[in-house]
Design a protein around this ligand. Structure first.
Ligand code: SF4
Length: 637
């Protein structure tokens, strides 16, 4: 019931459901035994002759040869030149794998075989394991194809602004076959597609450019089919380009409210001092009474998390700030980290948390696409520690990711920091929270950027200040709006209708709330409030508005493509199911029918819901359901 590459079922209920489904599927099949399959019978009759005969043995039997030994003596060591100076700066431990890979990749533009072997030896891992880890990231080529890599964003915002035309122009002008590492005919660029660049909302369609030799990324924005050549030709020398900031900030103060997370700046020095004086239990009490729910989407009580980690009778504990904002159309964390005052509040929140639970090390896990923020974050860490003696001994580290969306899942993020593949942990009972077994399997508090940003405000103002109205919440709003917005709201009753009014959006027919994995929300739900939990619209942070001119079939297709593309592929129902459902949906929307029968598609979606390890796979079923429902009913616009 749990074999063949499937995750192991975790309880009797799941096992029973899967057993029933498997039997049902089998009993309903018109052909149930392979030796009765007419095609197999024909194959034997016309070619293989008999089972276990000469032909069948020759063609169907597999033999294995030992792997080529990965020995430095067999490689051109020049390809690993200069790597020693990088390795000399890192201790010999798997947890340094990712930073080493990033440095080597920055320097040479790819990870050669000799470099891979040397790195593996240094971090005390097997070379095939390192190879497998690298394959999970998007930004570390294994071969030299060109000195410049170009990543074209395919999020909804870029699509709505003409990304397809840009793609077509690139294909025509540069002879690019696909967006999976195809090299331009002039040999200057290697092209890739990506699902969410982040700051592309400012002026899409946009591209991320990574050139060999730089420890930064560049962005080309405002692309069109006509200007693509000119834009790419402008990439000469070190032209540092960062997307212009076109985002409109709409704070609570601008709406006449008293308190705003965006506009009220906290003296982080005072907040840290006060938190230390209050002591752990009082800080936890304040955070709990302020009802601070995790701002990343799950909405878990932050105070309870901190309390659990504080009470763990273990010396080694960690704090992780999750800044891997990979959920398409969410840009509030980037917005906070790009603002000097807010960035300091985030770092102070992490410091207060570490001091409260007794952790000595904090990681800020930043998505690769946001790496240009690193110098400012590191400078602010230094400043904060020199100004606040309470944090002087705390070890802060900014850890860059490497691209995959699933690295935003907490356990996948721990694995990434530890040097393993950034994929969710399997065989893990849901009751084992990170505060029991987190990073390095030690008690860990992992919170989102916005959650940490709230902490100094709670400490300084006291939880009572937020008793009546609750804490402010930020929403990233994009799509059919004049300019993208960061809207600050209060969760007690703020509805999608209110947001549409605040954003001055017109003719809105649908919205995507909480990212690509969620079904679209149509007008019948516009009066629902934002929040965390049941019967509310997920306040995780992203809202994309679509007007009546939108092709929702295309939007759903893009969402299903995202599901398939970003599956980490460790569970079969998510890996294969997402591909299958995307393919079937595209057939249905373009031709009105699909070659797959409805029952098989339903089974694939349900299998993912029942047995996927993480929320990504579980989201397939409701998403596909709503996509099909849209095709059938063409919801009233
Ligand atoms: S559900 Fe999908 S993304 Fe999640 S662990 Fe399984 S394969 Fe990976």
């Amino acid at each position: 019931v749990g074999g063949g590459g499937q995750p192991k079922p975790t309880n009797l209920e799941i096992r029973k459901a899967r057993t029933e489904l498997t039997f049902k599927e089998d009993m309903d099949l018109p052909l149930r035994k392979s030796h009765e399959n007419p095609e197999i019978i024909n194959l034997y009759k016309n070619y293989l002759k008999e089972p276990l005969g000469h032909h069948s043995h020759h063609y169907l039997h597999t033999t294995y040869a030992p792997n080529k030994t990965r020995d430095m003596a067999t490689y051109n060591v020049d390809e690993a030149a200069g790597l020693d100076s990088i390795l000399a700066r890192y201790p010999k431990h798997p947890q340094y794998l990712l930073p080493i890979i990033i440095e080597e990749s920055d320097k040479k533009g790819y990870i050669s075989d000799p470099s891979l072997v040397k790195i593996a030896n240094h971090v005390q891992m097997h070379a095939p394991h390192v190879e497998s880890v690298i394959s999970h990231y998007h930004f570390f080529p294994r071969k030299h194809t060109s000195d410049t890599h170009v990543y074209l964003c395919r999020c909804h915002n870029c699509m709505m602004k003409g990304q397809k035309k840009v793609m077509q122009a690139i294909k025509e002008k540069y002879g690019v076959q696909d967006f999976h590492g195809s090299v331009s005919k002039n040999g200057k660029f290697t092209f890739h597609g990506m699902n969410w660049l982040g700051y592309c909302v400012n002026d899409g369609p946009a591209m991320l450019i990574k050139r060999t030799g730089g420890d930064y990324v560049e962005t080309l924005t405002g692309l069109s089919g006509d200007n693509i050549e000119e834009s790419l030709n402008s990439l000469k020398g070190k032209t540092y380009k960062w997307a212009k900031n076109n985002i409109v900030e709409q704070s609570l103060k601008s709406k006449g409210k008293e308190y705003s997370l965006l506009e009220n700046h906290i003296s982080v020095k005072d907040a840290i001092k006060k938190a230390v004086q209050m002591g752990s239990m009082k800080v936890i009490k304040e955070v709990t009474e302020a009802k601070l729910l995790g701002r990343g989407g799950a909405g878990f009580m932050t105070g309870r998390k901190w309390e659990s980690a504080y009470k763990a009778d273990v010396k080694e504990k960690y704090v992780v700030c999750n800044a891997d904002e990979g959920l398409p159309s969410t840009f509030k964390d980037w917005y906070l980290l790009n603002n000097e005052n807010k960035r300091k509040e985030v770092l102070a929140g992490m410091g207060i948390c570490a001091n409260t639970i007794g952790a000595k090390k904090c990681y800020l896990y930043l998505r690769y696409e946001y790496r240009n923020l690193v110098p400012n974050i590191e400078a602010d860490i230094k400043k904060l520690q020199s100004e606040c003696p309470e944090l002087a001994m705390l070890n802060y580290e900014v850890r860059l990711g490497g691209g995959p969306y699933v690295a935003g899942e907490e356990n996948a993020q721990f694995e990434s920091i530890q040097g393993s593949a950034p994929i969710p942990r399997k065989d893990r009972p849901s009751s084992v929270f990170p505060t029991i077994e987190g990073l390095f399997f030690k008690p860990t508090v992992i919170n989102n950027v916005e959650t940490f940003a709230c902490v100094p405000h709670i400490v300084q103002q006291g939880s009572a200040a937020f008793k009546t109205n609750g804490l402010p919440k930020l929403l990233s709003v994009s799509g059919d709006v004049e300019r993208p917005l960061i809207i600050e709201c209060l969760l007690n009753g703020y509805t999608l209708n209110d947001l549409i009014k605040d954003a001055k959006a017109r003719d809105v027919a649908a919205a995507e709330i909480g990212g690509c994995t969620e079904p679209l929300v149509f007008r019948d739900k516009f009066s629902m409030p934002f929040g965390f939990g049941k019967n509310v619209l997920n306040a995780a942070g992203s809202v994309v508005l679509f007007d009546t001119a939108c092709d929702f079939g295309e939007v759903y297709s893009n969402k299903l493509h995202f599901m398939a593309d970003e599956s980490c592929k460790q569970c079969v129902p998510c890996r294969d199911g997402a591909q299958l459902l995307h393919k079937a949906f595209d057939q249905m929307r373009t031709t009105g029918k699909t070659k797959y029968n409805e029952r098989s598609l339903k089974t694939a979606a349900e299998a993912a819901k029942l047995s996927a390890i993480c929320a990504h796979g579980k989201a397939l079923d409701p998403l596909f359901d709503s996509a099909c429902e849209y095709l059938k009913s063409k919801k009233p616009l």
